[in-house]
Design a protein around this ligand. Structure first.
Ligand code: GLN
Length: 483
């Protein structure tokens, strides 16, 4: 049962092949047996999951089941869950039980889904390897010495290890696509504003976007269907109609034009990585797509611009963690200043502190124009590059990461080395565009992802292209040897 996709579970539950309680029990026992090796969960909500599964089975027995009734998934620990520990991977929130549900959580609950618990992540979603989590690193199921990517490393590892068929995740600069690529699963980062950020703990508010990690594009469509849509509680959530994402999965891609940015295929990307991505492009050509070389001339400015804008926004967002209202508080504060200083000093990890300092500096009087304003101007240039390219092509394709999964500890001593992990993913967030990571090959026995980038609110076309690729290839069905 644990190899089933969301689409298969939905069909099996409807056909009475097994009950929600049965599949939930099986997955919970896998988590119990195996997750000590992966560390993909921070909190397992077994009792609550079984109660939800029982309720789902009762609803089905009464003839009121819908597509999502009784399907088990899990959530990145960045989403507030009513009555359940919500840590964001930080000591700062290691004692924080959220008093309400995020909109995304609300929607899955309303659809009748079952939640097995909360998934590990880099602290406050800052990182590319899951090594910055207060709750310890996550192991990549393909090679436990290697990282699963980050920040949604727990989501990607849990889905790759068949502990859950799908998981929620978030992507501020690559945190869905990069871990999906490194773990050989399918990641979808929708358009900024497609999904409500209400109750999703903010890292960089103008970039953060919720999305999905699954084992197929078909499942990503099913999850997006639940998550997408307007929410008056998030002023950046767009009031745009939500199409039926599953309905267009089987459209032909004959005549679709795919753009290949010259900047994403430079000589410093290894020949093996280039080959895996080019093979995937060739597959699209076989299916009737046309390929066109394009240029994103400002792509090289994405990392520097992001590492001004994201820290600036995080320095403001994280100021609410002050040891007073919620979260970690230091022992025996002498006075209010001591309370702030030690609570924040002890509660935040190194990477988070680095970014708060960079962000506060970049926003300070005298430097604002030189750094923050300049970075926002560069951001506009990057957005314009994509807009021009997407006038000429339907989708853009390229690699997700420069290399397959790296070893734990390999990049922790040099933050810039770690930041470069997102060299192909970050520009998309700056532009607010939707993107996917689709398994497209292997290098040294480790999975490699193909990145697909679409136009604003064109998730349906992305999912269609990804699904067609998965109909023609079986990279998404490959799994780690011991699973
Ligand atoms: N790796 C990037 C960072 O550390 C992106 C993280 C993310 O998308 N949340 O900021």
């Amino acid at each position: 049962m644990h190899n089933k996709t969301i689409a298969e579970i939905s069909r099996d539950l409807a056909a009475g092949e097994y009950s929600s309680v049965e599949i939930t029990t099986e997955l919970l026992s896998r988590v119990q047996q195996l997750d000590s090796e992966y560390n993909s969960f921070i909190t397992v909500t077994a009792e609550q999951a079984l109660a939800q599964a029982r309720a789902a089975d009762e609803r089905r027995a009464a003839g009121n089941a819908e597509a999502w009734t009784g399907i088990p998934i899990a959530h990145k620990d960045i989403f507030c869950t009513n009555g359940v520990l919500t840590t964001c991977g930080s000591k700062m929130l290691s004692n924080f039980t959220a008093p309400y549900d995020a909109t995304v959580i609300d929607k899955f609950n309303a659809a009748g889904a079952v939640s097995l618990g909360k998934l590990n992540m880099d602290e406050f979603a800052m990182g590319s390897s899951n090594e910055s989590s207060f709750f310890g690193p996550v192991a990549n199921p393909w090679d436990k010495e290697r990282v699963p990517g980050g920040s949604s490393g727990g989501s990607a590892a849990a889905v790759a290890a068949r502990l859950v068929p799908g998981a929620t995740a978030t992507d501020t600069g690559g945190s869905i696509r990069q871990p999906a690529a490194l773990c050989g699963v399918t990641g979808l980062k929708p358009t900024y504003g497609r999904i409500s950020r209400w109750g999703m703990i903010a890292y960089a508010s103008s970039l953060d976007q919720a999305g999905t990690i699954t084992r197929s594009a078909e499942d990503a469509a099913l999850m997006l269907q639940i998550m997408a849509g307007f929410d008056a509680r998030d002023s950046t959530c767009m009031n745009q109609a939500v199409p039926d994402y599953s309905a267009s999965l089987n459209n032909s891609i004959e005549g679709m034009t795919i753009g290949l940015p010259a900047e994403y295929f430079r000589d410093d990307l290894s020949a093996d990585m280039q080959q895996a991505v080019r093979n995937a492009i060739a597959e699209y050509e076989k299916m009737g797509a046309k390929v066109k070389e394009i240029s994103l001339p400002n792509a090289h400015l994405a990392i520097p611009a992001y590492y001004i804008i994201a820290p600036a926004e995080c320095s403001a967002n994280l100021s609410r963690m002050d040891g007073v209202r919620f979260g970690y508080r230091c022992e025996d504060p002498q006075d209010i200043e001591d309370l702030y200083k030690r609570s924040r000093g002890e509660g935040f990890g190194g990477e988070v502190k680095r970014r708060i300092m960079v962000g506060a500096y970049a926003l300070s009087a005298g430097f604002y124009d030189a750094y923050y304003k300049k970075a926002q101007q560069v951001r506009r240039l990057i957005k314009n590059d994509f807009a021009a390219a997407l006038q000429e092509v339907d989708l853009i394709a390229g690699p997700v990461t420069p290399t397959p999964a790296f070893r734990r500890g390999e990049k922790t001593s040099d933050p810039v080395e770690m930041y470069l992990e997102d060299i192909f993913t970050i520009a998309l967030n700056l532009a607010g565009l939707p993107g996917m990571s689709v398994p497209c090959g292997q290098v040294n026995g480790l999975p490699v992802g193909l990145q697909l980038i679409g136009n604003y609110f064109d998730e349906a076309r992305l999912l269609n292209a990804a699904h067609q690729f998965q109909q023609a290839t079986d990279w998404h069905l490959q799994k780690p040897a011991d699973i």
